[in-house]
Design a protein around this ligand. Structure first.
Ligand code: NAP
Length: 247
């Protein structure tokens, strides 16, 4: 029996990168998957790819910073598959700059997607999950939210906020059988890290004790564990998938 047989999972920002890897792995493990993103072309392609390997998937447009889109994401899961068992809050952006040069809009945009977006989707999903007295929410934070990072005051603050939100939500929702955990990835090879200047990438890579960057699938495997019954007694935790950066 596959780990997520018959479950319904919605993953935000899953057109590409870590979110896509989670969507594909969850589908291979038996979940019916709701792929969602703001990049509709890429999102539809990802859902198509998943259907192409014989699994069930739909695509739904969801800008996580808009509470109406968050409600729409949950409704789409219920309409298409009759339930929502797992939510992965993965959508996130960076707008890096040194603190003293950071523009107001770059602070606001990062907070509104990375933190308020997690709140919007968690609130919408929790209402549906509470009715069934079960559910699992996984929030993708970052090691930057644990140890901070030069040039990422907005990003680090948003990701630290996600950890606080994870723990509060875990305490509030436990009585309804809903588990809430976070994953804090380190340096993972995606378009987000490909954007970094070469010098910065080299510097970051040199700080990884295991000596190599992670792949999106490394994060997806941790998410699979948290979503599965193997983690039925785990809530309010942050798992670092970072090659040892922040130990
Ligand atoms: P990515 O390759 O940039 O993919 C992120 C996806 O989210 C993109 O498809 C993006 O669409 C989408 N997105 C952007 N704004 C959105 C919004 N408002 N609503 C919904 N979707 C939106 O990023 P990634 O590297 O896979 O990162 C995924 C998550 O892991 C993020 O939360 C990130 O902070 C976290 N993380 C990543 C790393 C890493 O090393 N890669 C490390 C630690 C944490 P567009 O392309 O159209 O913007």
């Amino acid at each position: 029996m596959r780990a997520l047989e018959g479950k319904v999972a919605a993953i935000t920002g899953s057109a590409r990168g870590i979110g896509k890897a989670i969507a594909v792995l969850f589908a291979k493990e038996g979940a019916k998957v709701v792929v969602s993103d703001v990049d509709d072309e890429a999102g539809k392609r990802t859902a198509e790819e998943i259907r192409g390997i014989g699994c069930e998937a739909i695509y739904v447009h969801c800008d996580v910073s808009d509470p109406r889109d968050a409600e729409g994401l949950v409704k789409a899961a219920l309409d298409a598959f009759g339930a929502l068992d797992i939510l992965v809050n993965n959508a996130g952006i960076t707008r890096d700059a040194l603190l003293v040069r950071m523009k107001d809009e770059d602070w606001q945009r990062v907070l509104s997607i990375n933190l308020t977006g997690v709140f919007n989707c968690t609130r919408a999903a929790a209402r549906a999950m509470m009715k069934r007295r079960s559910g699992c929410i996984i929030n993708i934070s970052s090691v930057a939210g644990i140890v901070g990072n030069v040039g990422q005051a907005n990003y680090s603050a948003s990701k630290a906020g996600v950890i606080g939100l994870t723990k509060s939500a875990a305490k509030e929702l436990a009585r309804w059988g809903i588990r809430v955990n976070a994953i804090a990835p380190g340096f993972i090879m995606t378009e987000m890290t490909a954007k970094l200047p070469e010098q910065e990438r080299e510097k970051l890579l040199s700080t990884i004790p295991l000596g190599f960057p992670g792949e999106p699938e490394d994060v997806a495997k941790a998410a699979l564990f948290l979503a599965s019954d193997a983690a039925r007694y785990i809530t309010g935790q942050v798992i670092q998938v970072d090659g040892g950066i922040a130990m």
